[in-house]
Design a protein around this ligand. Structure first.
Ligand code: ATP
Ligand code: MN
Length: 462
C-alpha cells in the first residue's frame, strides 16, 4: 500500500492498487448517487478526487462532515479517472473524518481571498493553492541552494545570530538585552551595558559576511544560509525585518569570478525550481504573474548584462525619464532606477559594478581610480536589487586607512584587520536575499507573502 502522499500516488500508482490518502477536503460536489471530494495533502498542488458512492457503508455517518477544510483519511483503491485533469481517482472503502469544520465559521471560504486578508490568518493560509505553492517552491529552492554549493565543495558555515560587532548598519540593528528596560542600570547618565548579559552591547546580526571571511580565509570556499535581521523602518514590498540570506565567501577569488559564480548560482536555482516544481510554476505563470515561468526559462539560457555604475548613470540620464529621485553621479541607485535598467532598458538581469566608494561599505576593495570600489550588485526586472557583493579589501594598510578615514574605531575591527596581516588573500563574496529571489521566481508582489511568518515594522501577528 502506498501511504500518505498524493504526489507519489499520482506518479507511481497503478489502477486497482490499494491506497490510503490523508489530507484536507478542498471541494465537494454532490450528484444523485455520488459525492466527489477533492483532497489535498500539500505534497503537490494537485488534489486527488475521491468518488464516493452513497451506498458506501457508513456514508450516512460522515456525509455532513465532508466539508471544505475537514481532515479526512480515505482507504480505498485507485481507479482510472474519468476527468481529464488527473490520472487516478480513489474509490473509497472507508472514510474517516478526524477533524470536521464548522462551515459557517471557517475563514477560508471557496472564493478567492486577498493576500492582505490571508496575512491576517497566517495559521490557515498554507491551505490555499498560492501559499502551498510558495511553501513547496521555497523548500525546493532551499535544497537547491545547498546542492549548488555542496556540489562545488563549499562548506556550510553557521555564523552567529547574536553579535557584538556593530560593524555594519548600526542604525538598522535590533538590540539584544536582558536589562530591565523600565529601570536600566546607569553610569554617567547612560545605560551601563557592562551589567548586561554579555557585559557589553549586543545585537541581532545584519549579515554573516565578516565572520564568513574568517572561515573563507582558512577553508577557501564557504557559504552561510541563515536568518538576518534589519530594523528596516520602511514599509516596502521588498523589505522584511527578519529575512534569510545566503552569503558565499571565496578566497583566491576576484570580482570577475565572483560575478561568474553569482550568475551561475542564480541560473542553477531557477533551473532547479522549473524542473522540480512544474505544477507550482505553471500556477504562478498563469495565476500570479503572467509569463513569470517563461521569463525564468529565458534567463537560464542567456547572459546577464554587465555594466559599470558609470554606464548605469549615463544610461539613466540619457533615458529622458522623470525619476522621483533625480540621477547624478554619486547617488545610490534607487529601486525605480534599478527597475528601469533591468525591466526596460536591458530586459534581463543586470550586474552593476564599480560603485562610488562613498555609498558602499568600508571593506570593499578600492579601484585604482581612487573614486570607485569593486562592488557588484545584481538587479532583476520587477524587483531591482537581489544580490549585493564585492571583492574585499585584502591589503592591511589600505583597509586600515579606510577605517580611519571613515572615523570608525579600529579596535572593534582588530580581528578583521588581522585576517589581512596573516596570510591575506584576494577574496570576494556576495549576499543574496532569499525572499527576494522567491519573489522573483514566483512573481509574488509582496515579500510578506513568500515567508511563512513575516516580521516587519508594526507587524508581528504570529
Ligand atoms: P536594499 O538597498 O534593497 O535595502 P541593501 O543594499 O541593504 O538592499 P545588502 O546589504 O547588500 O542589501 O544585502 C544583500 C541582499 O539582502 C540584498 O541584495 C537583498 O536581496 C537582501 N536584503 C537586504 N535587506 C533586506 C530586507 N530588509 N528584507 C529582505 N531582503 C533584504
Ligand atoms: Mn537596505
Amino acid at each position: 500500500m502506498i501511504q500518505n502522499n498524493i504526489r507519489t500516488v499520482m506518479e507511481k500508482g497503478s489502477v486497482g492498487e490499494p491506497v490510503k490518502i490523508e489530507g484536507w477536503v478542498r471541494t465537494r460536489r454532490d450528484f444523485k448517487a455520488l459525492t466527489f471530494i477533492a483532497v489535498n495533502d500539500g505534497s503537490t498542488m494537485k488534489n486527488i478526487q475521491v468518488v464516493i458512492e452513497h451506498s458506501m457503508p457508513g456514508f450516512e455517518k460522515i456525509e455532513s462532515l465532508l466539508q471544505n477544510g475537514a481532515s479526512v483519511v480515505v482507504i480505498g483503491k485507485l481507479a482510472q479517472s474519468q476527468g481529464s485533469e488527473q490520472k487516478f481517482d480513489v474509490i473509497p472503502d472507508s472514510i474517516t473524518v478526524p477533524g470536521p469544520v464548522p462551515v459557517e465559521d471557517y475563514p477560508l471560504q471557496k472564493k478567492r481571498h486577498s493576500f492582505e486578508y490571508l496575512r491576517e490568518i497566517a495559521h490557515l493560509r498554507p491551505r490555499t493553492n498560492t501559499f502551498g505553492s510558495v511553501a513547496r517552491v521555497r523548500n525546493a529552492m532551499s535544497f537547491a541552494i545547498h546542492r549548488f554549493f555542496q556540489e562545488r565543495g563549499f562548506l556550510y558555515v553557521h555564523t552567529p545570530i547574536i553579535t557584538g560587532s556593530d560593524c555594519e548598519g548600526a542604525g538598522e540593528m535590533f538590540r539584544v538585552t536582558t536589562l530591565d528596560l523600565k529601570n536600566p542600570p546607569l553610569k554617567d547618565g547612560a545605560v551601563d551595558f557592562s551589567q548586561d548579559f554579555f557585559g557589553r552591547e549586543a545585537s541581532l546580526t545584519v549579515s554573516g559576511q565578516l565572520e564568513g571571511e574568517i572561515y573563507a580565509t582558512a577553508l577557501k570556499n564557504i557559504y552561510t544560509f541563515g536568518p538576518t535581521f534589519r530594523a528596516e523602518n520602511s514599509n516596502t514590498s521588498r523589505h522584511l525585518a527578519e529575512f534569510w540570506m545566503i552569503e558565499p565567501e571565496m578566497a583566491f577569488c576576484d570580482i570577475n569570478l565572483n560575478m561568474d559564480v553569482a550568475e551561475e548560482f542564480i541560473k542553477y536555482i531557477l533551473k532547479s525550481v522549473l524542473e522540480e516544481c512544474p505544477d507550482d510554476m505553471d500556477f504562478f505563470n498563469e495565476r500570479i504573474e503572467n509569463g513569470v515561468a517563461d521569463n525564468l526559462r529565458s534567463i537560464v539560457t542567456s547572459d546577464f548584462e554587465r555594466i559599470t555604475y558609470d554606464t548605469a548613470v549615463e544610461q539613466l540620464l540619457k533615458s529622458g525619464k522623470e525619476f522621483q529621485y533625480p540621477v547624478k553621479w554619486g547617488i545610490d541607485l534607487q529601486s525605480e532606477h534599478e527597475k528601469f535598467l533591468t525591466g526596460e532598458l536591458y530586459r534581463r538581469p543586470v550586474i552593476v559594478t564599480d560603485y562610488p566608494k562613498e555609498i558602499k561599505a568600508f571593506y570593499m576593495k578600492a579601484n585604482e581610480d581612487g573614486r570607485t570600489v569593486r562592488a557588484m550588485d545584481i538587479l532583476v526586472p520587477r524587483l531591482g536589487e537581489i544580490i549585493g557583493g564585492s571583492e574585499r579589501e585584502s591589503d592591511f594598510d589600505k583597509l586600515r586607512s579606510r577605517i580611519l578615514e571613515l572615523g570608525l574605531d579600529e579596535k572593534s575591527y582588530w580581528w578583521y584587520l588581522e585576517l589581512r596581516r596573516f596570510g591575506t588573500v584576494p577574496h570576494s563574496g556576495f549576499g543574496l536575499g532569499f525572499e527576494r529571489l522567491i519573489q522573483f521566481v514566483t512573481g509574488m508582489q509582496n515579500i510578506r507573502d513568500v515567508i511563512p511568518f513575516p516580521r516587519c515594522v508594526n507587524t508581528l501577528d504570529f
